[in-house]
Design a protein around this ligand. Structure first.
Ligand SMILES: C[S@@+](CC[C@H](N)C(=O)[O-])C[C@H]1O[C@@H](n2cnc3c(N)ncnc32)[C@H](O)[C@@H]1O
Length: 255
């Protein structure tokens, strides 16, 4: 398969104005309306998203073990998978991109077709059921927050157990802080970021209401404790911009 650059397939993504209308928002779902504007939405909603994707690809390129797999769980339109495929140009690799939203995977398949293919296998599956095998790199970017907290421990344990010795796990999440004052300040900074990115105060507030029951963030301490319980030997936070953070955890290398 060819490992073409995603830049070739880029056109300006449609603008997200889903919360600009007057209707009361229901719970947020990853349906076709969201998939159609998702690229614009995530860039204007997650401070540091471009950096997180670029550095995720760098980490994957550096830590990938020949003959193993890379998993992108909750891949959406495949930003991380495509960035990694582009970096791994001359190396044989297998990237497994998993999402339970058909419209998101359709978007990723369209992108892959526009690139003339790529080393990415798209799987329409619930990540809680997905079998992770022989993985030296697993990415879970902004997806654990949408999984029921009761299922999170089991999911991370399954991921850990499906990884090769010395493999890395990249976990990016929206987080909350223990200190209520700082937590409020970070949320305020985040809402200002969204307004700087062109969302109105009304759009920010409607989106917040739509996400309230479906996006359940945790503190960094809770994430780190869960990663340790899952069996990871070490974990470091490598990125944070207000209430968005990314961690890298390592599986014991077997030496
Ligand atoms: C915020 S998006 C992830 C963004 C993506 N990782 C990126 O960096 O562009 C969350 C994604 O997780 C998917 N998702 C949520 N729950 C899931 C589940 N149980 N199984 C598979 N995918 C899930 C959603 O369909 C959505 O595409």
């Amino acid at each position: 398969m060819t490992h073409a650059s995603p830049a070739n397939a880029m056109k300006k993504p449609p603008r997200d104005n889903l919360y600009a209308c007057n209707m009361m928002p229901g719970d947020f779902v990853f349906d076709e309306k969201v998939a159609a504007v998702f690229e614009d939405m995530i860039h204007r909603s997650v401070p540091g998203y471009t950096t997180i994707i670029a550095m995720t690809a760098r980490l994957a390129e550096t830590c990938f073990q020949p003959g193993s797999r890379i998993y992108d769980l909750g891949c959406s339109l495949g930003a991380a998978s495509l960035a990694i495929a582009s970096r791994m140009r001359d190396r044989t690799c297998e990237i497994v991109a998993v999402d339970n939203s058909r419209p998101m995977l359709d978007g990723l398949e369209e992108r892959l077709a526009a690139l003339g293919g790529g080393p990415v296998e798209c799987r329409h599956e619930d990540i809680r059921e997905c079998i992770v095998e022989n993985a030296s790199v697993v990415i879970l970017n902004f997806t654990l927050q949408f999984i029921s907290p009761a299922d999170r421990d089991r999911l991370l344990r399954r991921i850990h157990d499906g990884m090769t010795a010395g493999g890395i796990f990249i976990l990016s999440e929206k987080i909350v802080l223990n200190d209520p004052r700082l937590n409020e300040l970070y949320i305020e900074m985040y809402h200002q970021f969204k307004q700087d990115m062109g969302y109105s105060e009304m759009e920010v507030s409607r989106k917040r209401a739509a996400l309230e029951r479906v996006l359940l963030p945790e503190t960094l301490a809770v994430h780190k404790a869960r990663l340790a319980r899952a069996g990871f030997e070490s974990v470091e936070q490598w990125f944070q911009c207000f209430n968005f953070a990314s961690m890298v955890a390592c599986k014991r290398d077997g030496r």
